[in-house]
Design a protein around this ligand. Structure first.
Ligand SMILES: Nc1nc2c(ncn2[C@@H]2O[C@H](COP(=O)(O)OP(=O)(O)O)[C@@H](O)[C@H]2O)c(=O)[nH]1
Ligand SMILES: [Mg+2]
Length: 379
């Protein structure tokens, strides 16, 4: 198997994994102007609220979705409405939740509700809103969905904390009250309040979501690089444990059937977590930067011997076998190197073109060598 074939498999697997991501369904509630759209666009890739197709589900609820995008948002205003209409919206939301739950389809179940309250524009705190949240959670005890109260435009922070304390005092059946300033806020050019809290909201979401939605959350979110990296590292550990968990079982190093699929699967998973567009040339260049020139047979005897020479104290290959532990070290180093590259591309520090034109070959190779040493050291 050569780098080109490996890259082809990677790209196919990435496509498959993307297609199989479970849909994340969120209901976002709050008066118009509180900052719902701004919040959504700041949290998720692709300017979702702006470019997603909105279609009315009921008079008030609008469903926002995008082709090939594993998320649906139900955008619900409602609190400038009359009391009668507020009740109607509540019933519509409950009916939406029940329909989702009854469908027995993970792609349709409502996973989370954000109730947004604006800090900046509120002189005092509006108790009809917390009363409504209480009614919602109390009349929906049979199909509960976690509710997060998001304090939007949470600036100044002191005022946001005051409001947070007020909402918490209500003892509502909610997960948390989270202050967020989705975008920097400029006060006449004299003072700029820096955005904050988006990463916290992502982490709280992650805690409330089931395992099967963690990949999706990381794929769509763009607010916490740390969360992506942490989750990608878990994916490496899982891949290594699944393939080389025994640690002592020697792996025939020329046995691509055991080594390569593990590594292809891991690279594909990490790509999905970062939510970046990569093509075949990107993967080809990455792989050849790590294992040697393009077109070479991956994990052939020479390449593996060369890699093993880079691992201090790993010894030589005896009888065509490497230990499971060594295979684990190589795989982990490969995954960590890929995460570092993804991070640089994500931050815009490295262009994808620079990778496939080969400009970054030396850098990638250097990172890989450092990771091999580090992994060896950790063992
Ligand atoms: N600077 C800043 N402006 C915000 C923020 N959130 C909302 N806004 C502004 O408030 C207005 C209403 O926001 P929008 O997201 O459209 O509210 P929606 O009606 O709830 O969707 C817009 O002019 C936004 O630019 C924020 O976090 N920072
Ligand atoms: Mg809006």
């Amino acid at each position: 198997m050569n780098t080109n074939e490996v890259a082809k498999q990677c790209i196919e697997l990435i496509g498959e994994k993307l297609k199989n991501l479970k849909k994340l369904n969120i209901i976002v509630i709050g008066k118009s102007g509180v900052g719902k759209s701004t919040l959504i666009n700041s949290l998720f890739r692709g300017n979702f609220a702006e470019t997603g197709l909105g279609r009315p589900v009921t008079n008030e609820i609008r469903k926002i979705e995008k082709k090939d995008y594993p998320m649906v948002i139900y955008d619900t205003p409602g609190f400038e409405l009359s009391k009668g209409q507020q009740n109607k919206v509540k019933d519509e939301i409950i009916s939406l939740i029940r329909k989702g739950a009854m469908s027995n389809d993970v792609n349709k179940a409502i996973n989370c509700i954000w109730y947004c309250i604006n800090v900046g524009g509120n002189r005092t705190f509006d108790e009809t809103e917390t009363a409504w949240i209480r009614e919602l959670t109390e009349s929906n005890k049979d199909t509960p969905v976690p509710v997060i109260v998001v304090l939007t435009q949470a600036c100044p922070k002191s005022k946001a904390l005051e409001m947070k304390a007020l909402v918490e005092k209500e003892n509502l059946d909610i997960v948390k009250v989270v202050p967020v300033l989705a975008q920097d806020m400029d006060f006449d050019g004299e003072y700029v309040a820096k955005s904050y809290g988006l990463d916290n909201l992502i982490n709280i979401m992650s805690e409330t979501l089931p395992n099967e939605l963690q990949d999706t959350l990381q794929n769509v979110q763009k607010a916490s690089l740390e969360a992506k990296k942490k989750y990608a590292q878990t994916a490496i550990a899982t891949a290594v444990a699944a393939a080389f968990g025994e640690g002592f079982t020697p792996v025939p190093f020329a046995d691509a059937a055991l080594l390569v699929p593990t590594q292809v699967g891991m690279i594909a998973t990490i790509t999905v977590i970062f939510g970046l567009d990569v093509n075949k040339s990107f993967i080809t260049s990455f792989v050849s930067s790590v294992v040697g020139s393009a077109g070479a047979t991956i994990l052939g005897r020479t390449i593996v011997s060369n890699i093993i020479k880079l691992i201090p104290g790993a010894g030589s290959i005896a009888g065509g076998l490497i230990s499971g532990a060594t295979a684990g070290i190589i795989t982990t180093a490969l995954g960590e190197t890929y995460i570092k590259i993804m991070e640089m591309v994500y931050k815009g520090e490295m262009k994808a073109e620079d990778i496939y034109s080969g400009k970054k070959e030396k850098l990638i190779s250097k990172i890989f060598k450092e990771q091999l040493k580090k992994e060896r050291h950790n063992k």
